[in-house]
Design a protein around this ligand. Structure first.
Ligand code: SAM
Length: 308
């Protein structure tokens, strides 16, 4: 298969009349070695043509590398011109179009894994492999994890600073709401760094490829002393997640303030905030950056009990 190099990317942009949009994070990879490495991390040797979700295939650099490894690719692309041109690019470069399904859609609106493979007979994607658009990388991964319970792993490229946030633990400088929210779903780990020079146009930041592994939160919550969850239904866990994400957003919304102050609006008053945090077994004079996701969940659990 002929993967896309610098000349191909320039030529495709010219032929299709594409002027890369900054707003949509359109930086296209021009290095076959980089996309092959990403695809190989995702699609492991010996696995029989898995279905892979690719968000933002763009001109097809990574799509071709995934097809080369025998994957079936459900590709969600927001840009109509890019979505329309992808099958032809894949055909022209020796890829199997039968293994490609392009869905022209904002991936933040994708309803489920089933929607992506409807009518294909393919299994729902358990793997996401993508070079994510930079400004919405975290919301895109959070959304995919939420609406696709079968998604187990992700191998994604993001800008280096975003990667720092994804892997950060409580008290790390880069720790924030994205770190805590992603920790609800699982664990991110750095794989390798990628120079900005492999993109057209060249962005003003370097990138990092990460692996994300889904891990069951329920076990972690129970082990950390959250009571009453042993027989929790999916709906109850989902309600707790939403409440926990609210607490995280509020607490990091004013990250320099103590929990007593930062959660005042959420709880009703500074005193009620202090009482919630204390009942969760935590110190209200702490700041959000000291709390792990299970701690936020404890506060959310106390609030849910209080409100009935
Ligand atoms: N995968 C290609 C590559 O590696 O060269 C392109 C990656 S480029 C960084 C990000 C791609 O995501 C662009 O094609 C852009 O149009 C697309 N995109 C941006 N926002 C999106 C969204 N909300 N849903 C789906 N695709 C999106």
């Amino acid at each position: 298969m002929n993967l896309l190099g610098t000349r191909d990317i320039r030529q495709l942009c010219g032929e299709l009349g594409i002027r890369p949009s900054k707003k949509r994070g359109q930086n296209f990879v021009t290095d076959p070695g980089t996309v092959r490495r990403i695809a190989a991390l995702g699609v492991v040797e010996g696995e029989e043509s898995p279905t892979v979700l690719e968000i933002g295939p763009g001109l097809g650099s990574l799509t071709l590398a995934l097809l080369e490894r025998g994957a079936k690719v459900a590709a969600v692309e927001i840009d109509r011109l890019l979505a329309q041109s992808l099958p032809e690019t894949v055909r022209a470069h020796g890829g199997n179009v039968e293994s490609l399904r392009v869905i022209q859609q904002d991936a933040l609106q994708t309803a489920s894994g089933a929607q992506l493979v409807e009518g294909t007979g393919w299994e729902e994607p358990r793997l996401l492999v993508a070079n994510l658009p930079y400004n919405v990388a975290t919301p895109l991964l959070l959304h995919a994890l939420e609406v696709m319970p079968k998604l187990r792993r992700a191998v994604v490229m993001v800008q280096a600073e975003v990667a720092d946030r994804w892997v950060a633990k409580a008290t790390d400088e880069a720790y924030g709401a994205p770190s805590a929210k992603l920790a609800w779903w699982g664990r991110a780990q750095r794989a390798f760094a990628v120079s900005r020079q492999v993109f057209i146009p060249v962005p003003n930041v370097d990138s990092t490829v990460l692996e994300f592994e889904r891990e069951d939160i329920l076990d972690r919550l129970i082990q950390n002393g959250l009571s009453g969850l042993e027989d929790a239904s999916k709906g109850q866990v989902e309600r707790l997640r939403q409440e926990t994400f609210d607490v995280i957003a509020q607490a990091f919304g004013q990250r320099r303030k103590t929990l007593r102050q930062a959660l005042a609006l959420y709880a009703g008053s500074p005193n009620e905030a202090a009482s919630l945090v204390e009942k969760a077994g935590l110190d209200p004079s702490l700041r959000a950056e000291r709390l792990e996701v299970v701690d936020f969940a404890k506060i959310a659990g106390v609030k849910m009990n209080r409100d009935g």
